[in-house]
Design a protein around this ligand. Structure first.
Ligand code: HEC
Ligand code: HEC
Length: 107
């Protein structure tokens, strides 16, 4: 006589769990959409580099000159939008980009 009651209770529990999971999944998916163009993390070799060298230190490898872009051939170059007026020929970092480590976290 007790069995049908147990089955009904279990089914109710599973439904409640399912609804809970679905309810959580929606905002989580939205949050992850934003990471499609997330800035790359600094590799482990860069640990402490921003504190030591500052933005101009980063520029010394990732920046450009009239002769070379990037300055260090093996370093990925800074995108044009990292320069003043989005113009690499300015050879100046856009003021908005000066705090490199606020966007490029440490790996
Ligand atoms: C001595 C040269 C040098 C300096 C200084 C330097 N980097 Fe790098 N960086 C590299 C090289 C080479 C690589 C790619 C090889 C690697 O993974 O180590 C790299 C990789 C990166 C990456 C990963 C790019 C990707 O596509 O995965 C980021 C982000 C980065 N650097 C940011 C910075 C920032 C911010 C600074 C200043 C704090 C900085 N770097 C200073 C040479 C340098
Ligand atoms: C406001 C956030 C922000 C700041 C500050 C910033 N970056 Fe970036 N950076 C990005 C984003 C986003 C990308 C990826 C852009 C793209 O894919 O076009 C990127 C790309 C790069 C790349 C190319 C990485 C690759 O994988 O090709 C380098 C190198 C880089 N940044 C270096 C720097 C340096 C050096 C500084 C400081 C002078 C800096 N960034 C400051 C957001 C930022």
């Amino acid at each position: 006589m007790r069995r049908p009651v147990m089955i009904a209770l279990c089914a109710g529990f599973v439904l409640a769990l399912g609804a809970g999971v679905a309810g959580c999944a929606v905002p989580a998916e939205k949050a992850y959409d934003a990471s499609a163009h997330a800035p790359a993390l600094m590799p482990a070799s860069h640990n402490g580099r921003f504190a030591e060298l500052g933005a101009q230190g980063c520029y010394g490898c990732h920046g450009s000159s009239d002769q070379a872009d990037p300055l260090l051939a093996s370093a990925p170059k800074m995108p044009a939008d990292h320069y003043s007026n989005s113009e690499p020929a300015s050879r100046e970092i856009d003021p908005v980009r000066m705090q490199c480590n606020t966007c490029h976290g440490q790996e």
